[in-house]
Design a protein around this ligand. Structure first.
Ligand code: ADP
Length: 362
C-alpha cells in the first residue's frame, strides 16, 4: 500500500459562468485523516471534491497533494482515486475485471492484474463473488466492488462522493463502519462528501462544514458540536438554539444580548462591542425545566410542542422574543413535573452552555 498524503487547498475557487460555486476556500487535510465535507445540497461539496480529484478544473488557487502541486495534473497522475455515488461498474464484465480495469489501461498483464484485483476484493470481503457480474450483486456488494476498484491504484487519498446515499438505513450504518475500518487499516487520507451530520460525526477526524461555497468551520467533530463557529453551523448540526440580538454589555468573559422586543441573555466566549449585532447558541440538551438562578440564563415562555422520544422529551417553547426554542430533557425530569402544550414553562441553563457565535466575513 502507498503512503498517505496531506491535501492542501489554497484559496481555491470555482466559477461556472455567472455562478461562483466555491469562494476561495483554504483547507489543510492532514495525511491519514478521515475528512468529511458536510453541508446542504448545492453548498459546493462535490465541486470541491471533483477539483481535488481533477475531474473539474480549478478557476483560481492551488491544490497540493503531499509535496506536489496537482492543480494542472490529470486525475490519473494525482495519486488520488475517486469512488462515485453511482458506483459506475461495467455491467458486461465480471467483478474481478471491473476491479482490474485501471491496471488493464496501464498495460499490466492479465494474470498480474487479476491477482492484484483479488487481493483488493479480499480487503473488502468480496473475494467469494469474484466471478459474478455487477447485476448479480446487492447494492452494498456493488459498493464494496467500487471501493476495491478505487483502491487498486494504491492512492494516497481516496475521494468518496456521497458513498452511502444509495443504501438502505441498515446497510448504511454497516457500510459506515466498514469505511472507517478500511480507512484505519489502509491509513490513507479519505475525503468523504455527505449531507448527513450523523454520518460526518460518526466517521470524521475533521468535519468541514460548508455553506454557499464557503467553509463555515473545519474542526474535529467534538469541537464542531461543542463550539460551533457560526449560527449556520449551530443550526445545521441541529443541537443548538440560536438567539440573535444586540450587545448591551460586554466584559472580557462574555456579553449580554438584548433580543428585539424580548428578553436579555448572557453568553461567554467572545469579545464584542456594545451595540454590535450578534448570535449566541444554547445547547438543547443542557436546558432544564425550572426557574433560572442567574439573570440571562433562562426565560419563561409558552409550550408550543412536545415530542416523546423514549429516553428524552423534546419541548419547543416560545417567549422573551425567542421563537421555537428547543429543550431536550430526560424522560425522568419531564415526567417528574409534566407540562402540556399551551402551558407556561420556565427554562434555565448554565453559563457554560451559552456561547457567542462568530460571523463569516463576506
Ligand atoms: P453539493 O455537492 O454541495 O450539493 P455542488 O458542488 O454540486 O454542491 O454545487 C455547487 C453549486 O455549483 C450549485 O449551485 C450548483 O448548481 C453549481 N454547479 C455545480 N456544477 C455545475 C455546472 N457544471 N455548471 C454550472 N453550475 C454548476
Amino acid at each position: 500500500m502507498s503512503k498517505a498524503a496531506a491535501i492542501d487547498i489554497a484559496s481555491v475557487s470555482k466559477v461556472y459562468g455567472a455562478t461562483t460555486a466555491v469562494h476561495a476556500i483554504s483547507l489543510k487535510v492532514p495525511a491519514g485523516s478521515y475528512c468529511c465535507l458536510l453541508g446542504p445540497s448545492g453548498c459546493g461539496k462535490s465541486t470541491t471534491l471533483r477539483m481535488i480529484a481533477g475531474h473539474e478544473s480549478i478557476s483560481s488557487g492551488d491544490i497540493r497533494l503531499g509535496n506536489t502541486v496537482v492543480t494542472d495534473l490529470p486525475p490519473a497522475r494525482r495519486g488520488t482515486a475517486m469512488m462515485f455515488q453511482s458506483y459506475a461498474l461495467f455491467p458486461h464484465i465480471d467483478v474481478t475485471d471491473n476491479v482490474a480495469f485501471s491496471l488493464k489501461m496501464k498495460g499490466v498483464a492479465k494474470d498480474e492484474r487479476r491477482a492484484k484485483a483479488l487481493e483488493m476484493l479480499k480487503l473488502v470481503q468480496m473475494d467469494p463473488y469474484a466471478t459474478r457480474r455487477p447485476a448479480q450483486l446487492s447494492g452494498g456488494q456493488q459498493q464494496r466492488v467500487a471501493l476495491a476498484r478505487a483502491l487498486i491504484t494504491d492512492p494516497e487519498a481516496l475521494l468518496l462522493d456521497e458513498p452511502l446515499s444509495a443504501l438502505d438505513p441498515f446497510l448504511k450504518i454497516r457500510m459506515r463502519a466498514e469505511l472507517k475500518r478500511l480507512q484505519t487499516t489502509l491509513g490513507i487520507t479519505f475525503v468523504h462528501v455527505t449531507h448527513s451530520q450523523e454520518e460526518a460525526m460518526a466517521l470524521a477526524d475533521l468535519i468541514v462544514v460548508m455553506n454557499d461555497g464557503r467553509i463555515e468551520q473545519a474542526a474535529h467533530p467534538r469541537e464542531v458540536f461543542e463550539r460551533p463557529a457560526t449560527a449556520f453551523v449551530a443550526r445545521f448540526m441541529g443541537d443548538h438554539n440560536v438567539i440573535s440580538g444586540r450587545v448591551t454589555a460586554a466584559t472580557e468573559s462574555g456579553v449580554t444580548v438584548a433580543v428585539p422586543s424580548g428578553g436579555e441573555f448572557t453568553a461567554t466566549g467572545g469579545v464584542r462591542e456594545v451595540g454590535e449585532s450578534i448570535d449566541i447558541a444554547v445547547r438543547t440538551d443542557k436546558v432544564r425545566i425550572g426557574a433560572s438562578d442567574a439573570p440571562g440564563l433562562g426565560f419563561t415562555g409558552i409550550v408550543d410542542n412536545i415530542e416523546y422520544r423514549g429516553a428524552s422529551v423534546k419541548l419547543t417553547v416560545s417567549g422573551a422574543g425567542v421563537q421555537d426554542f428547543t429543550a431536550i430533557v430526560s424522560d425522568a425530569a419531564f415526567f417528574a413535573a409534566p407540562v402540556k402544550v399551551g402551558d407556561a414553562a420556565s427554562l434555565a441553563w448554565g453559563p457554560e452552555d451559552s456561547i457567542v457565535l462568530g460571523r463569516l466575513d463576506s
